[in-house]
Design a protein around this ligand. Sequence first.
Ligand code: ADP
Ligand code: MG
Length: 261
Amino acid sequence: MKYEVRARSCIFRPQTSDLITKATTNIMQSIIHLEQIRKSYFMGRQEVSVLKGLNLDINKNEYVALMGPSGSGKSTLMNILGCLDSPTGGSYILNGHDVSKMEDNDLAEIRNKEIGFVFQQFNLMPRLTALENVALPLVYAGIPKKRRTEMAMDVIKKVGLEDRSHHKPNELSGGQNQRVAIARALVNTPSLILADEPTGNLDSKTSIEIMEIFGKIQASGNTVLLVTHEEDIANYAHRIVRLRDGVIESDKRRTDMLVHA
Ligand code: ADP
Ligand code: MG
């Protein structure tokens, strides 16, 4: 009897460890690993469930569009992914760090190090120039002024705004302001760029310019996840994840890659 049990465990052991190795490899390759992520809000005494057990893996250097009807939980999910908010349940591993259980201070540190966030409304400081806006995250990171200016100027060049670097947001167009915001998101060399409807306030020509910048960012090795409700815009990404009522409705990698000249 004893022998039988042992023999059995011999048979099962390699398979189990195989599974563990596989799971670990998945987590290690994933920049985002979500398991059963839930988020609910209380409206008075009533609990409103917004995310209902999401599982999602995004690998390094992917270019993903998150779509879904208004109210489906896209921004809620992005805020959790960007460490701006915590899930009610489930686990979130960001680049190997288990962030779902972190306290605010640690969360802020991870956010500054790992994430560049781009918003629909740009969220720039109105009194600062483009260069100063881009350099701002480096102030928080404690980098000396001369180095800050050099680093900020480098990314400003990457988004093609070197001749506008001393202008303030009200002297720039919407597209230029969004480029400043993208440069600010890139300045800390984060491992992940998150953008919640980054073209939502822009005309279609400018939207395409902004999507091309995200394309270049991804091509240079970064991981990009953006929310959009426009199919044309989503088609710039390589994978489209659709949310509906707080769960993933579909997740498709595009095989018919469009070539944008
Ligand atoms: P989307 O970005 O897809 O339009 P959201 O994530 O903004 O959707 O919102 C999803 C749902 O969660 C909506 O029904 C919204 O009303 C609700 N919600 C979002 N934030 C809060 C909050 N702070 N308090 C209560 N309900 C919220
Ligand atoms: Mg939203």
